[in-house]
Write a protein that binds this ligand. Sequence first.
Ligand code: ATP
Ligand code: MG
Length: 424
Amino acid sequence: MKALKGFKDIIPGEVETWQFIEQTARSIFHRFTFSEIKVPVLEKTKLFTRSIGETTDIVEKEMYTFPDRNGSSLTMRPEGTAPVLRAYIENGLHAVKPVQKLYTIGPMFRHERPQKGRLRQFHQMSVEVLGEDNPLLDAEVMAMAWQIMKELGLTASLEINSLGCKECRPDFNRALLDFLDKANGLCDDCVRRRETNPLRVLDCKSSNCQEQYVQAPSILDFLCGGCDEHFKAVKNGLDMLSVPYKVNSFMVRGLDYYTRTTFELVTSDLGAQSAVGAGGRYDGLVKQLGGPDVPGIGFAMGVERLALLLDQLGKGVHSNGIDLFIAALGPEAQKKAFVLMNVLRGKGLSVSMDLMDRSLKNQMKQAGKAEASYVLIVGEQELANGEAVLRNMETHDQHQIAIKEAVKMWHEDLATFFATETTK
Ligand code: ATP
Ligand code: MG
């Protein structure tokens, strides 16, 4: 039996990089005063069709949608914003705090063609801020994404754009349609998008279409006064925080709910999967989903792509290491070591040992694999004298020491314990 295509196990040796990514992000989310929210992976289909948009690639081609046993249509979440907003509304979180800063980490599901950095079950760390429309917040949120990259030791470039609002976007749509009337040789998808959702053409992955769209009108020339001012203030905010960015007026993002600011963190190191994170403002979406009329902004970063980047740079983490490996030789030593291991674990150390009477050589190998900081070698003879050999695995120094002393190094009261145990 094999896992489904595009679904991947994250095994020991790989999972440590994931933990590093997640711990780094959690620490930064905390510093930026975000609270965690956990939401289900399964939702009613209409939550996504309504928010992401009926004529987006995600809804048209990528969702895992199926009837529940009672016939209602359910969807494995393809993204996190809609479920978090549903939860925000359902739990009345707007009444708890005027501004809610939320983050969630977990799997998303999209039926795409699996390739490097593109899975069918992938993982996002995503954030949403609800209840604040100050453009400084847009800059703050991007600065947070930037900080995550920085603390992971990764570089990407931040591209930003504004998609305007319902006041000014129709003007741009008209100009875009005029332009598309004159374009020829567009792919079938774009011909269809022209009718259903013209803005979506700019997100087309076909190089022939992309070559033509270089000449397309820029949405930034069509922003209304409010949107123009907002965008200027966002750029100003990024300057204030010394976060470098590039304006990319062709970036439209694949979801319909975005208004005004959109952004992507792009890298040239992942081939076609160039976006490691993306997001934007979605004023109006909470209301559209049946909640209060509060503005919102958010982004999501892809954990797989971050892990790939770290591995490519040799910055992946493959082991968490343990504090101590106890190599016991002989049945008596093993019994003592077994008890000692449990007590030390209770005191906060990560400790391991072998229970199969393997040779010292083999046990040392295990200690090396476990990346133990120290090995305590307990032989029958030494044990009789209350002694053992403590080896520092980094410096390779080793000393014959009283077990009492060895234990003291980690914890005072263990010394007493071990002293009485060994003199019995
Ligand atoms: P792409 O253009 O690469 O398809 P997207 O615009 O569909 O990305 P978003 O919906 O904005 O991506 O999701 C945010 C982030 O989630 C992406 O920047 C990426 O890191 C990650 N991501 C999206 N889809 C996948 C996938 N199928 N496999 C792995 N990571 C993904
Ligand atoms: Mg996509």
